[in-house]
Design a protein around this ligand. Sequence first.
Ligand code: URA
Length: 240
Amino acid sequence: MEPVLDARRHAMLEAMGIDVWVRRDAVDAGDGAIAPVVGPVPRGMPASGGDAVAELAALAQEVAACTACPLAETRTQTVFGVGAATARCLVIGEAPGAEEDRRGEPFVGRAGQLLNAMLAAIGLARESVYIANILKCRPPNNRDPQPAEVAACSGFLRRQIALVAPRVILAVGRIAAQNLLGVETPIGRMRGQDYVYAGTDIPVVVTYHPAYLLRSPGEKRKAWTDLQRAKRLLDAAGDA
Ligand code: URA
């Protein structure tokens, strides 16, 4: 590896709280059978018409005008998503928090800083990925999203995924993973499993939410294993 990149990667791993001398053979190989995806995610996802940037901008306008659930009354603004329209990696979190609601961008608080370090640890700049949430509006007091809110927002996320057409989806946290995949499996058991987003062959890698990792730094090693899994899948997908 190029020395400069190596040094930068070491710095990022340190930010994640990962010892850089992790033994290779301690890393979870992470190969298992493709788990069936259940839930209400429709099949036959339409491919992007080509101009993903314009279509995402139009979708963002639609989201900004949404009043489909009561969160429209309490939000400061919608938080649509950010990043490269043709990103190979799509990160999906839960819902905007206070800072995201104020700034209109996902993952800009402390959890966002850790997310940036996690991505950088596998060589991905924040600007090179696309980041979105299950919900586009902040639930009051950061409570868990309610099923009706998730249902009201799910079409937006489905269209975002179709437009970005990523090679890998990284679901961060229980809420993102369970709602994206339509399962109720505890996140600890979803980690390390092979999932695909329903109706597509896009692999979904499940890992812990950075906010959880800030509270439980001892779990960062497991998140690092998950990130390496995502990196392997991206590498396997090639440049396309
Ligand atoms: N947590 C999330 O899940 N998403 C955000 O955008 C911010 C914090």
